[in-house]
Design a protein around this ligand. Structure first.
Ligand code: NAD
Ligand code: UFG
Length: 337
């Protein structure tokens, strides 16, 4: 299939391009490079030995999107493009609503105009708010605590409404848990700008000597060791989930929603220990107060994806840590821009 990957130069998008190309799909990337580097796409080509087409375009410009659909015969869209930092979304809600909501509305309008009605959408476990029960199943109650999460929940609703209005729309909503790791080659990976917000990029930057010590946000949660528990999933497994989800873009499949997680929770202190072993030295850390808005425990029930699209996460925690570390230690400045 010829697939348009919005946000394809980003962390999860670039890994998904690799899996799509390896499995014989044609890839067209649309990205404005606001949080990515074109070098990632050069490296995708290096890994796969295959070509892809890149358009440096912005979803906020409807003509930009239309140009891509005029030039390419797109069959399905995997829609990653969006802003994703929770704290930034609290500080700049209008920016987040405009980029994520307006960008997606523009994309869907152009898709409809060109009669392309197959879309896979990047959602997040953040739509479960503070889960009442773990593991989290797909029909759990939904709520959000920040504008970023609200954009995801609103977009899930908008895509479902599209299908209600026009059954020709096939929609797959994928709710990611905590993606970490990098391609085994160590040449593509996560390249956050500035000081990382997320745990794993922070740990790897401590390990590589760019940051002094990790702050563990709270050790008084109701978890086995008191630190927060999450479902970390290897980004290559996550990428494969998108290729498998293409199977659900058939006439009459309608809307399908899947958790992409491992079903296994690890605490912050588990992650510090696992990384220390892989890196071969202690990761220095201090325990401080909880981070506002954090929840104690979040992990998936991922059986539905296995049942319906034959997907399950395969890579273990040690592999996730080794692959994150290979990327960070080979590329201490990320893509170097
Ligand atoms: P990322 O920032 O690396 O990738 C997003 C890409 O979208 C970037 O390359 C950026 O340049 C591009 N982009 C942003 N706005 C755009 C616009 N208006 N027009 C064109 N391109 C634009 O992030 P990621 O971690 O790869 O996440 C991909 C998707 O998955 C996002 O929608 C994110 O919200 C979602 N998600 C990520 C996580 C995570 O922890 N990484 C968890 C759950 C969901
Ligand atoms: N943590 C620390 N120190 C840090 C960073 C994080 O102790 O410096 C802890 C957090 O308190 C939490 C755990 O590490 O217990 C994971 O935190 P992350 O920031 O890595 O990830 P979150 O689970 O908070 O959120 C991430 C994304 C969200 C997404 C969610 C579910 O940032 O956008 O996963 O997919 F919604």
């Amino acid at each position: 299939m010829k697939i348009l990957v919005t946000g394809g130069a980003g962390y999860i998008g670039s890994h998904t391009c690799v899996e799509l190309l390896n499995q014989g799909h044609e890839v067209v990337v649309l990205d404005n490079l606001s949080n990515a580097s074109e070098i990632a796409l050069e490296r995708v080509k290096e890994i796969t030995g295959k070509d892809l087409t890149f358009y440096k375009k912005d979803l906020l410009n409807i003509e930009d999107i239309n140009d891509v659909f005029e030039n390419e015969t797109i069959e399905a869209v995997i829609h990653f493009a969006g802003l994703k930092a929770v704290g930034e979304s609290v500080a700049h809600p209008l920016w987040y609503y405009e980029n994520n909501i307006t960008g997606t509305l523009n994309l869907c309008k152009v898709m409809a105009k060109h009669d392309v009605k197959n879309i896979i959408f990047s959602s997040s476990a953040t739509v479960y708010g503070t889960p009442e029960v773990v593991p989290i199943v797909e029909d759990s109650p939904l709520s959000t605590t920040n504008p970023y999460g609200s954009t995801k929940l609103m977009l899930e609703q908008i895509l479902q409404d599209l299908h209600v209005a026009d059954e020709a729309w096939n929609v797959v909503i994928l709710r990611y848990f905590n993606p970490i790791g990098a391609h085994h080659s160590g040449i593509i990976g996560e390249d956050p700008k500035g000081i990382p917000n997320n745990l794993i990029p922070y740990i790897t930057q401590v390990a590589v000597g760019k940051l002094d010590e990790l702050t563990v946000f709270g050790d008084d949660y109701d978890t086995p060791d008191g630190s927060g528990v999450r479902d970390y999933i290897h980004v290559v497994d996550l990428a494969q989930g998108h290729v498998d989800a293409l199977k659900r873009l058939n006439p009459n499949d309608g809307v399908s929603i899947y958790n992409l997680g491992t079903g296994q929770g690890y605490s912050v202190l588990d992650m510090v220990e696992a990384f220390s072993e892989v890196v071969g030295k202690e990761i220095p850390y201090v325990i401080k107060e909880r981070r506002p808005g954090d929840i104690a425990t979040c992990y998936a029930q991922a059986d539905k994806a296995k049942r319906e699209i034959g997907w399950e996460a395969k890579k273990d925690l040690k592999t996730m840590c080794e692959d994150s570390w290979r990327w960070q230690s080979n590329n201490p400045n990320g893509y170097g821009e």
